[in-house]
Design a protein around this ligand. Structure first.
Ligand code: DAT
Length: 174
């Protein structure tokens, strides 16, 4: 039996930009596996200490990488996380950084219950394009693509764009 090779996709960007929404929908449409790193860490308690500033546990990056290594080697995985520089570069065939306008992001995070410093810092993270720059440093520049994620139409067009890229990748690599 011939097994079709499939790529791994990284969805990254500031919290609230729509990674989970896009990732889950994409997984449903393509049959790829969807992995939310936050959920994975929660389930496996892959934490190392506690961040007093943000009142949240700190991700144990090494254990996350160990946990995922075998699955990533098989391909066909969509990874969702608001950071991207601790994953092995070789894992991914393409990296999408979702981007959301500030006012839009502000209200999304506010309705998620973020307040004060946490809210301000996350909006600033988007304004300073922190994750985009992190991605451009961690991966080959031509692998990194920004996707606008402001309105429902963006979700649809991003999905179409990724599905099209995926089909082409599968044709080229099998
Ligand atoms: P993330 O996983 O990046 O934290 P999310 O998928 O949980 O983000 O989305 C945050 C909120 O924004 C959620 O209420 C759904 C909404 N949202 C996501 N994508 C959107 C889009 N393209 N247009 C409008 N709202 C969107």
């Amino acid at each position: 039996m011939k097994i079709t090779k499939r790529p791994n996709i990284l969805l990254t960007g500031t919290p609230g930009v729509g990674k989970t929404t896009l990732g889950k929908e994409l997984a449903q449409r393509t049959g790829m596996a969807y992995i939310n790193i936050g959920d994975l860490a929660q389930e496996g308690q892959l934490f190392d200490g506690f961040d007093e500033d943000y009142q949240c546990p700190v991700l144990d990056e090494d254990r996350v990488v160990d946990e995922l290594e075998d699955k990533m080697a098989d391909g066909g995985v969509i990874v969702d996380y608001h950071g991207c520089d601790f994953f092995p570069e070789r894992w991914f065939h393409i990296v999408f950084v979702l981007r959301t306008d500030n006012t839009n992001l502000y209200s999304r995070l506010e309705s998620r219950g973020y307040t004060g410093k946490k809210l301000q810092d996350n909006v600033q993270c988007e304004i300073f394009q922190t994750i985009y720059e992190e991605a451009m440093e961690a991966y080959k520049e031509d692998m990194v693509h920004q996707l606008p994620s402001n309105q429902p139409e963006d979700l649809e067009s991003n999905m179409e764009r990724i599905v099209e890229w995926l089909h082409q990748w599968v044709l080229d690599n099998n």
